[in-house]
Design a protein around this ligand. Structure first.
Ligand code: NAP
Length: 276
């Protein structure tokens, strides 16, 4: 029987997930479909019950439902539980709904697509301490990265993640700005630089070390002001598109037990976003 998958969110029309998953099904000859479903917060419980009743094999979850869906699921995997957020739901063979979070692991794969696995001892500075930063921090730790510090406008939020990680420092943006030279890998996770955003990079890159690694999880535009500034200091650049594609690929793997072609998808979406 044909399988079907979905992505639920509010808004949802802008999501590139349906196009990405449908292209993967076509490429691998998988008899499945993937649809966007607009779900308002007040309808979430009913929407989950309906997806289950109508036989969806799994679905992705996006803003604003990543936390609020949890009470309607039967179980969570370890990372989703730690993060308190779910972006992928799998219907298990027993008919249970299990929540996963593939955002953080997706980021780690995209980073290692570019820099390999040999830099796990290098000091990392995460900029931002929101939901995405939290997932990335735990996924980096699970992958074996062992020096992670976090700078955030609200230092207390950075402190909370650092305390849970049991490593590194929680810094204000000013403190981070002064200590940039002591880090090798920089991961920008705030919405600064988004095409729809309206605020600047949270700090000056005057002391940005030469030859570092600079990742941004914003992917529209592909080259954010942070990446432009880092490139001017000879940094190796990792844009946010790889994270998006790999979070989808890991969800695909949970549902269909194989890993789709991420390189072709990254090239295709890069072109759509005006990159090369
Ligand atoms: P979030 O939970 O709302 O966190 C936002 C973070 O940005 C917080 O650290 C916040 O600081 C900081 N921030 C917001 N406005 C700021 C300002 N004016 N000045 C300084 N810092 C500011 O958001 P999120 O879910 O983590 O998402 C963050 C970004 O990641 C979004 O742009 C999202 O599109 C992107 N994202 C990309 C992917 C991907 O696949 N590539 C996946 C997930 C998210 P405070 O704590 O002080 O408020």
């Amino acid at each position: 029987m044909k399988k079907w998958f979905a992505v639920i969110g509010d808004p949802i029309a802008q999501s590139k997930s349906p196009e990405m998953h449908m292209a993967w099904y076509e490429e691998a000859n998988v008899d499945a479909t993937y649809i966007p479903v607009h779900v308002k917060p007040e309808n979430l419980e009913e929407a989950v019950a309906s997806l289950k009743l109508l036989g969806a094999s799994g679905w992705n979850v996006t803003i604003p439902h990543k936390q609020t869906i949890i009470p309607f699921l039967d179980e969570l995997d370890e990372l989703a539980d730690k993060m308190g957020a779910v972006n992928t739901v799998v219907r298990t063979s027993e008919g249970k709904l299990k929540g996963y979070n593939t955002d953080g692991p997706g980021f780690v794969r995209s980073l290692e697509d570019v820099i390999g696995e040999t830099q796990r001892d290098e000091p990392i500075l995460l900029i931002g301490a929101g939901g995405a930063a939290r997932g990335i921090a735990f996924a980096l730790q699970m992958a074996g990265y062992c020096h992670i510090s976090i700078a955030n406008r609200t230092v207390e939020k950075a402190r909370n993640i650092i305390d849970e990680l049991g490593m590194g420092q929680a810094l204000s943006m000013k403190e981070a700005e002064q200590q940039l030279e002591s880090f090798k890998i920089f991961i920008q996770t705030t919405p600064a630089g988004m095409s729809t955003g309206n605020f600047d990079l949270p700090f000056s890159l005057e002391k940005f070390p030469k030859g570092a690694i600079a990742a941004d999880i914003v992917y529209n535009p592909l080259m954010t002001p942070f990446l432009h500034a880092a490139q001017a200091k000879d940094a190796t650049i990792v844009n946010g598109l790889g994270m998006f594609v790999h979070q989808g690929a890991i969800a695909y793997q949970h549902w269909l037990q194989s890993y789709p072609n991420t390189n072709v998808m990254i090239a295709r979406l890069t072109k759509q976003l005006g990159g090369n």
